[in-house]
Design a binder for this molecule. Sequence first.
Ligand SMILES: *Cc1c(COP(=O)(O)O)cnc(C)c1O
Length: 407
Amino acid sequence: MSADNPMREALAAELAERRAARLYRERLVVESPQGPELVVGGRRFLSFCSNDYLGLAAHPEVAAAFRRGVDRWGAGSGASHLVTGHSAAHHALEEELAAFTGRERALLFSTGYMANLGAITALLGRRDAVFQDRLNHASLLDAGLSSGARFRRFPHADAAALARQLAGSGARRRLAVTDGVFSMDGDLAPLPGLAAACREHGAWLLVDDAHGLGVLGANGRGTLEHFGLGAAEVPVLMGTLGKGFGTAGAFVAGDETLVEYLVQFARTYVYTTALPPAVAEATRASLRLVQSEGWRRDHLRALVARFRRGAEQLGLALMPSGSPIQPLQVGDAGRALALSAALRERGILITAIRPPTVPAGGARLRITLSAAHGEAQVDRLLAALETVLSDTPPAVDGGAPPAAVSR
Ligand SMILES: *Cc1c(COP(=O)(O)O)cnc(C)c1O
């Protein structure tokens, strides 16, 4: 490697630093479709780390709708939505998502990151303020920072702290923002309390329900359905389509004024190519399955309960999560990596999640369950966890919090 340029030298030094801190990321090359089992490097693994919570990413009906979509529409959308990229397939999906979420309108974005960035930077500017749970997803934090609004973080899941911050703010527009289900912890935001604080202080609440939609609530309508909340309490609902829905893209749902405002002013909506129409067709098929196959949610809930029961019997320190995200706190990044590697040797794939994705000292195994898993697979996971946790004791010098120790 040539170190002939100060720019490259600086980058290389930072990479070396990250590697030394055991924070270096590497990608797996997956050789099979999504599912409970994945093939990596020619070897079959039992996987517990995808966000395909309902097992729809490779579902035959979703894949068939995708193929029919390609036959009907071709591969690309050709332009942005405001030029000629907005097909009847996109339009129908928006109408179906609006009906599903019980809102006047829904607006498709190409990714969840772009939906958050576009919505928050459109709604807020310099004279405004944004209030965010400190564990919010990176896309929400980035969006708040990019908006130029005064940026306030409140302690995790603390509605009273939000209320105090709102009371003390004289900003023109005020928007509180939270994950519905926290992506790295799996717990739910206290939406009724957050909504009450917003209502009392004339602020709006935006909920990013990337991990709740399709999964929570009797009808899969997510964290809002779980708490019995609607558009009055949460005027801005954002959802992603690449997780429970198994496809790709995202949307913001709300009233006519909100959605028309975003069509006009959300830069990540205006200045980007529309998703391929076939993706919209595939998503329409997955939305039908989300609504018609409630057994997927029932089975998933049963697997979550089975996993938590088993983990409790093993004395594992699980986080207080009732969602399919069941992280095992490890603390030290090196130990999280060692545990992930030991699991991989036993044919189980669980990625170690490390800072900066989670706070310093918060490295964990982010275990996720899917309706595509069977009970026997959950039992295999528990048995493997028992073995690797006793074989890989916490580092003496790591300073890791004493979590996730086996008996
Ligand atoms: C994954 C995720 C996003 C980003 O969605 P993409 O469609 O993957 O860009 C946004 N918010 C949360 C909470 C997420 O977990």
